[in-house]
Ligand binder design. Structure first.
Ligand SMILES: [Cu+2]
Length: 261
């Protein structure tokens, strides 16, 4: 069911997320109305005028047990029937990386870096000792002395401008990490949210189904510039994506120009 007031769904699994949100809200509405009615009934039924003396026996019906079991059943269906299977697909049902767009996204105060493996499909090496202001990810292919030891990294593309593009209708795998504090990668139209933790690489996957540009927002309060930590998540046709990626500088391009010293 399409929910009003929610942004459009532009990923394959998005409808399931909205369905679960709807069912949980319907249950909460039912509980809210039920409890409110019972509250009013109790105030009226057990008023002082009608019950001058306390009743130490209390209720003898099992109506409340029946209602509680019914609520627990509905919650069980939501949890085991919808939420856990959806979570299982999120964390286990990964598509084949060979037929997916694989991007390594690193969050930092206050933008997003995206790294693509280039034509060979293999990411270059990283070395923590190489990390510097110019080389925040410690890329071996970017280091003047060591670049020739990492041929896989030559054709990698690193974008430090909070821009990520992917082709439409093809699975996307994002390996998400953080350079400093905890951030959270959120693209509402994709119905995707995942915390980015320093020291961890967390994979997530989804299939974008609509061409267009969406906002990436950081969903964890991560410092003074948190408000400005937005990026562009572009979904393109395969052709446009290929052209887009080709226009981006390769990490090893600088070293090639300087003659593989
Ligand atoms: Cu952030």
């Amino acid at each position: 069911m399409k929910l009003p007031y929610l942004p459009p769904i532009e990923s394959q699994h998005g409808q399931k997320v909205d369905d679960l949100t709807l069912y949980v809200h319907l249950l909460m509405i039912a509980l809210f109305i039920g409890w409110s009615l019972y509250f009013l009934y109790a105030i009226w039924r057990f008023r002082k005028g009608r019950n001058p003396k306390a009743d130490y026996v209390g209720t003898t019906t099992h109506a409340s047990s029946v209602v509680e079991v019914a609520v627990a059943l509905v919650e069980g269906v939501l949890l085991f029937g919808l939420a856990i299977p959806m979570w299982a697909t999120s964390v286990e049902g990964f598509p084949d990386p060979k037929t997916s767009t694989v991007v390594r996204v690193t969050a930092r105060q206050f933008n997003w870096m995206a790294r693509y493996p280039g034509a060979d499909g293999i990411f270059g090496k990283q070395d923590i000792d190489l990390v510097s202001g110019d080389n925040p990810l410690g890329l071996v292919a970017k280091d003047a002395k060591l670049k020739n030891t990492d041929t896989n990294g030559f054709d990698d593309v690193l974008l430090e401008s909070s821009e990520i593009a992917v082709p439409v209708n093809k699975p996307v795998i994002i390996h998400l990490s953080s350079l400093d504090v905890i951030h959270s990668f959120k693209v509402v139209a994709m119905r995707v949210t995942q915390d980015a933790n320093p020291g961890m690489s967390i994979p997530l996957h989804f299939i974008p189904t609509v061409i267009g540009t969406n906002q990436i927002q950081c969903s964890q309060l991560c410092g003074n510039g948190h408000f400005s930590m937005k990026g562009l998540f572009k979904v393109m046709s395969q052709q446009d994506y290929d052209t887009w990626l080709q226009t981006k500088p390769k990490i090893g391009a600088a070293s090639a120009a300087s003659g593989f010293e």
